[in-house]
Design a protein around this ligand. Structure first.
Ligand SMILES: [Fe+2]
Ligand SMILES: [Fe+2]
Length: 169
């Protein structure tokens, strides 16, 4: 059975993964209405993955005798300065999520909750991959500059990895 502190911090993460999903959805809308359909496809896929992350936490909390809370979400930004600004924002957000996951890992050690500690290992690995993949994209965006966005938009979907897409268990 989950203790209250662990249940609460997992619920906090449900909100954060859900917000991530909405944030990337907002970025997908921005890209799609800016004529960047490749970037939009990447963002829609990313948004779907974040929803699966939220579901993983929801199911885990319920399974362990807690109760997930489905929160309201604040509205993500709708306008972005440029493609580079968007991916800088994504990287900043993923770094925030990594810190958030690490905080939960630390709490599970304090509370000697080794089941949750074990559950979190998937997320620890996932965050390493997320940050690396976004950094690669950001490097490429900087490389092409504003002028070659047409080519970059065609290529970005090929940069997607597949490991983050597993179904929630
Ligand atoms: Fe996530
Ligand atoms: Fe993520």
């Amino acid at each position: 059975m989950l203790n209250k502190k662990i249940e609460d911090i997992c619920n906090r993460q449900i909100e954060r993964e859900g917000y991530s999903s909405n944030l990337y959805l907002a970025m997908a809308v921005w890209a799609e209405t800016t004529g960047l359909s490749g970037i939009a496809a990447w963002m829609y896929a990313q948004s779907g993955e974040e929803r699966l992350h939220m579901l993983k936490f929801i199911k885990y909390v319920n399974e362990r005798g807690g109760k997930s809370v489905i929160p309201s979400f604040r509205q993500p930004p709708a306008e972005f300065e440029s493609v580079e600004a968007v991916f800088r924002e994504v990287l900043k957000h993923e770094e925030f999520i990594t810190a958030s996951i690490n905080e939960i890992v630390a709490l599970t050690l304090d509370e000697k909750d080794f089941n949750t500690h074990n559950f979190l290992q998937w997320f620890v690995m996932e965050q390493v991959e997320e940050e690396a993949s976004v950094k690669t994209i950001l490097d490429k965006v900087k490389l092409v500059g504003k002028n070659n966005m047409y080519e970059f938009d065609k290529d970005i979907i090929g940069l997607r990895r597949t490991s983050g897409t597993d179904q929630p268990t």
